[in-house]
Write a protein that binds this ligand. Structure first.
Ligand code: NDP
Ligand code: 8X3
Length: 248
């Protein structure tokens, strides 16, 4: 049985990916900060072996200790989904809150690095592995007020490309999925719990569902070992660019 390690499995894309990969026969390491959410998900996935790790990806020591604590059954990770991340705020750079910048750069960029660094030694030892980083359309398109979030996802994109080169000799696939608008808790977090503002983002068109992104990830991780679907840009049909969405 193959093992998939998913960061940010307590919500949205990560949660849907856990459900999809369980259906494909993976056993799962589910991570996030909200243990109760992860326990609920593990119950829902009854029949699939699940190990839960709770840590903040920004805390390097916690990441290292969590990965080192994996029981033997879950320690040989075949697939790593670097999904944990969020946008915090949407403001012009001159008004930006540096605490938001820290949260995005430390979580979306350094967190991805910390988790990868902790998981990779077992992959390079086994000469097998598949890493999928969740980037965003925001990583390749600038939009007003997106500044630090866009920069964090541009970093994810460049890290994906460079990690792929570094890991070539180790038979490890590195890939990126770049979604457009997906209705998750993303906008609730970005707007700090302002539900009405978050809902407005997805009003007037049919956004992607987290399950749509999970479908693509499931496809990628079930390709034969010599195939690496290296990059996917995934939009809802109503979206043509980061901020161009046809609303009714
Ligand atoms: P959600 O807010 O629904 O999920 C975010 C997940 O990341 C949660 O499980 C959360 O878990 C986890 N997470 C966030 N920060 C941390 C942290 N510091 N430490 C550990 N876990 C953390 O949003 P999405 O599912 O939409 O987001 C998933 C990824 O997809 C993100 O990287 C996001 O940037 C990206 N993305 C989202 C798009 C969208 O439109 N929704 C579009 C393009 C990309 P917990 O709070 O329990 O720690
Ligand atoms: C999330 C999509 O357009 O809000 O990455 O940046 S967007």
């Amino acid at each position: 049985m193959q093992t998939a390690f998913i960061t940010g499995a307590s919500s949205g894309i990560g949660r849907a990916t856990a459900v999809a990969l369980a259906k494909s026969g993976f056993q799962l390491v589910l991570t996030g900060r909200r243990r109760e959410r992860l326990e609920e998900l593990a119950q829902e996935l009854s029949g699939t072996p699940v190990h839960i790790l709770t840590f903040d990806v920004r805390d390097r020591t916690a990441v290292e200790e969590a990965v080192a604590s994996l029981p033997t059954q879950f320690a040989a990770i075949d697939v790593l989904i670097n999904n944990a991340g969020n946008a915090h705020g949407l403001a012009p750079v001159q008004d930006g809150d540096p605490a938001d910048w820290d949260a995005m750069l430390d979580g979306n960029v350094k967190g991805l690095l910390y988790v990868s660094r902790a998981v990779l030694p077992a992959m390079t030892r086994r000469q097998v592995g598949h890493i999928i980083n969740i980037g965003s359309v925001a990583g390749s398109e600038a939009y007003a007020n997106g500044n630090v979030y866009c920069a964090s996802k541009a970093a994810v994109s460049m890290l994906t490309k460079t990690m792929r080169l570094d890991l070539l000799p180790h038979n490890i696939r590195v890939a990126e999925v770049n979604p457009g608008a997906v209705e998750t808790e993303f906008s609730n977090v970005r707007f700090k719990g302002d539900e009405a503002r978050a809902k407005q983002v997805y009003k007037g068109f049919e956004p992607l569902r987290p399950e749509d992104v999970a479908d693509v990830i499931q496809f990628m991780v079930t390709r034969p070992p010599h195939v690496n679907v290296a990059e996917v840009l995934l939009f809802p049909t109503a979206q043509g660019a980061a901020t161009t969405i046809h609303k009714q």
